[in-house]
Design a protein around this ligand. Structure first.
Ligand SMILES: Cc1cc2nc3c(=O)[nH]c(=O)nc-3n(C[C@H](O)[C@H](O)[C@H](O)COP(=O)(O)OP(=O)(O)OC[C@H]3O[C@@H](n4cnc5c(N)ncnc54)[C@H](O)[C@@H]3O)c2cc1C
Length: 459
């Protein structure tokens, strides 16, 4: 016997819970299934604990620099990793409990703990139970990709999840992967006092950003004593008396380094391999991401995929926006599409990288006539006053339509200041609207209109 519902939601990550909220408010009976921790990656092993650690690392960094501000500390700061960890754990636990409590109290929502698997296009099993519904929403997220490196099975390694359980500072943390997750952890642990080496297979860090951004980030991290090894081909791992030996063929530097711990941060994979998608006939791409159309519907009528598992976004805000799109289309008679989304995101090193829209190289590749401008953070009053002048901001505009195509703020407050550009791009307004705004002084944002006044043709 199957238990019938109006809708089934698989996964209590970033899209599932708010969707359950909208569906039940609309009068539907909803089964929400979660196999592990309520709140998913962001709350438990992603954004929230890591940004809490970023804040602790920033405090340590500022304490070390206190004398620069005329604040004299009697002794160098000491990291109590158990307290740092307890703070991050508490932030996650509060959020997790809030989401679970909200779902369990939600009228019309039945919460089931367990692993959901399709047994047919409208039927899902959870343990011994069978649930059926005409609408099924998949929000199963992703997990770390374990690359098939030689020796990977012979050494202990950490992931973004297991590193959060470590309550001491590793002596030497080797991080495989020089993109978002890897770089955030690199700076966090360096500031906590670890020796840190980042090993990146490609020629530069955060390879999908412009080269000048990659280079500036490298300089910021190297300036704090992090060793960066790019073009690291043939990475191999082996047990070593001192921890783990990592062999790498780089154009320069030692062919082998030894670390006390290794963190894998070389990508993510969707949690779709054990979901019975074949039983429902739901199509996936070669990497396992569920294929969806612009409305997030799969190839099977009545089944949608939201969040990281559909490969259309790898962020909490994109997962949440997926919920908004699906809910608006199903319940409000709208026709919202993923392709309408203007993507913004941040890399939470310090100073942070705030980004929106195209990179310069993407804008150039589009073949449009372009205008661009740049400003170093050393010419931003707010940054000078804060003593945080690393980085730069830049913007690229379509010379014909006079609309902003993309912007980058690598600098203090960059994750917040970028929203001025995000907002104007979403409004579909000409860049001159932002140029003529009267921003607050002193802020990082106030230099965006100034920069727009300095646009020059770029090629
Ligand atoms: C270290 C790190 C830092 C990050 N920092 C940021 C950041 O600062 N900003 C940002 O925007 N993004 C960040 N992200 C990415 C962000 O966490 C994810 O993009 C976001 O959580 C995706 O949400 P989701 O709903 O798609 O999936 P998830 O949050 O992963 O939720 C999926 C849920 O589904 C459950 N589930 C999976 N399979 C099943 C099944 N078969 N049955 C039942 N339940 C199942 C899982 O247990 C999980 O709870 C970070 C990620 C990492 C790893």
């Amino acid at each position: 016997m199957s238990r019938p519902f109006d809708a089934i939601v698989i996964g209590a990550g970033q899209a599932g819970p708010p969707l359950a909220g909208r569906l039940t408010t609309a009068g539907m009976s909803v089964a929400l299934i979660e196999r592990h921790l309520f709140g998913g990656t962001c709350v438990n092993t992603g954004c929230m604990p890591t940004k809490t650690l970023v804040a602790s690392a920033y405090a340590a960094h500022l304490a070390r620099r206190a004398a620069d501000y005329g604040v004299m500390l009697d002794a160098p700061p000491r990291i109590d990793m158990a307290r740092v960890k307890a703070r991050a754990d508490a932030v996650s636990a509060n959020s997790r409990a809030g989401i679970e409590g909200w779902l369990r109290a939600m009228k019309g929502c039945t919460v089931l703990k367990g692993h959901a698997r399709f047994v047919g296009p409208d039927t899902v099993s959870v343990g011994e139970e069978r649930l059926t519904a005409p609408r099924i929403f998949i929000d199963v997220g992703g997990r770390v990709l374990v690359p098939s490196l030689p020796g990977i099975d012979e050494v202990p390694y950490l992931t973004n999840s297991s590193l959060l359980s470590v309550d001491h500072v590793p002596e030497h943390l080797i991080i495989v992967g020089g993109s978002y997750v890897g770089l955030e952890f690199a700076q966090i642990y360096r500031r906590f006092g670890a020796e840190v080496t980042v090993v990146e297979m490609t020629a530069r860090l955060v390879g999908h950003e412009d080269e000048d951004v990659s280079q500036a980030i490298r300089e910021i991290l190297e300036g704090e004593g992090i060793t960066i090894r790019t073009s690291a081909e043939c990475i191999r791992l082996a047990p070593h008396a001192g921890g783990v030996a990592v062999g790498l063929d780089c154009t320069e530097g030692d062919p082998e380094i030894v670390g006390s711990h290794v963190l894998l941060a070389a990508g993510r994979r969707p949690n779709t391999d054990d979901l019975g998608l074949d039983k429902a006939g739901v199509g996936v791409d070669p990497r396992g991401y569920i294929q969806v159309d612009d409305f997030l519907a799969t190839n099977v009528p009545g089944i949608w995929a939201l969040g990281e598992c559909n490969g259309r976004g790898a962020f909490t805000h994109t997962a949440y926006n997926d919920f908004e799109i699906v809910a608006a289309n199903l319940l409000d008679g709208e026709a919202r599409q993923v392709s309408d989304r203007i993507l913004g995101y941040a890399l939470y090193i310090d100073p942070p990288l705030g980004r929106v829209g195209m990179t310069d190289s993407q804008a150039r590749a589009s073949g449009r006539p372009l205008l661009g401008a740049q400003r170093p953070m050393s010419r931003v009053g707010r940054a000078i006053e804060k003593g945080e002048t690393q980085g730069f901001m830049k913007i690229v505009v379509d010379a014909e339509t006079r609309r902003i195509l993309g912007a980058t703020i690598l600098g203090t407050g960059g994750d917040e200041a970028i929203h001025g550009v995000i907002d104007i791009m979403n409004a579909g307004a000409l860049y001159t609207v932002l140029q003529r705004a009267v921003p607050i002084h002193p802020t990082v944002s106030e230099l965006i209109p100034t920069m727009l006044g300095e646009l020059q043709p770029i090629r």
